[in-house]
Design a protein around this ligand. Structure first.
Ligand code: LER
Ligand code: MN
Length: 271
């Protein structure tokens, strides 16, 4: 398993669960100095992501790009994949699709978290799930052109009503034959929704594509009360080789959160 830490480039997400907010250059430098293997970047859009600059920084600091978030489509433009308005749904797909290409060019997958949206008002659950399945399928095919997958992230009940639990999402992906999409298992959301982190990760098996390394209170692992040891043991047992990426609040300050994240990674995942 490899370690990663989040860099947010979206001013509207300043209060969000991201460690570094001071730009790509400072974030990459700090990540490398602390010994992280990679960074996870949350950009404003594909056009706003300076791919050449990011490639140069990754290379200069010996970092991998763990993943690219797409949530700016929601926080900046109120786009999501299950919106009642067809044009808004199409814009959501296009927004993510452009990021699939930008991230793919840098050798990384994208994350679909808040961009999944929810079933609401005139949009019933079955309709929403149909739209979600179509979009995941299409975006997975687009990612495959870059040799990448897409990460689909079940969120806790306060953020979506589509899928809150990993095994339900796994069943959805398998049942609808959606290939090239893997699960993002965020330990913060899982702490709210799952009965047993380790059993859930074991059941999801090779569908586990990415992990958000966060404690019960969404602070760095060790600053809350989640018992991560059994979860990491389950990841080892299923042969998980991806990232444990610190998507946490920069508390009490970014550097302390980053240090605690790499220390907890070394304690539990042993590099
Ligand atoms: C994104 O990775 C996530 O976990 C969601 O809660 C959206 O912020
Ligand atoms: Mn997450």
């Amino acid at each position: 398993m490899r370690s990663a830490i989040t860099i947010c480039l979206v001013p509207e997400a300043k209060q969000g669960p991201f460690v570094f907010h001071g730009g790509l250059e400072a974030g990459c430098r700090a990540a490398a100095e602390l010994g992280f293997d990679g960074v996870e970047v949350f950009p404003c859009s594909a056009a706003g992501l300076s791919a050449a600059e990011l490639a140069r920084l990754l290379d200069a600091h010996g970092l991998a790009l763990a993943a690219v978030g797409t949530g700016a489509g929601w926080v900046r433009h109120a786009l999501h994949l299950c919106h009642a308005d067809a044009e808004t749904r199409a814009r959501a797909r296009a927004f993510i699709g452009e990021l699939v290409d930008a991230a793919g060019g840098l050798g990384a997958p994208v994350i679909i978290g808040s961009m999944q949206g929810r079933s609401d008002g005139p949009v019933d659950r079955e309709t929403a799930l149909g739209w979600l399945a179509d979009a995941l399928h299409e975006l997975g095919v687009r990612a495959a052109r870059h040799g990448q997958v897409v990460f689909y992230e079940p969120l806790n009940r306060y953020e979506t009503n589509l899928f809150n639990r990993q095994e339900e999402a796994a069943e959805f992906l398998r049942g609808r034959g959606i290939g090239n999409v893997k699960l993002l298992c965020d330990l913060f959301h899982m702490n709210i929704e799952e009965t047993d982190l380790a059993a859930t990760l074991t059941a999801c098996g090779d569908l586990v594509g990415h992990v958000h390394w966060a404690d019960s209170n969404r602070r760095a692992v060790g600053f809350g009360h989640t018992a991560v040891g059994p979860a990491v043991a389950a990841l080892e047992a299923i042969g998980y080789r991806g990232f444990l990426s610190a998507e946490v609040f920069p508390l009490p300050d970014p550097l302390s959160a980053a240090r605690q994240s790499i220390e907890s990674f070394r304690t539990f995942a042993k590099g």
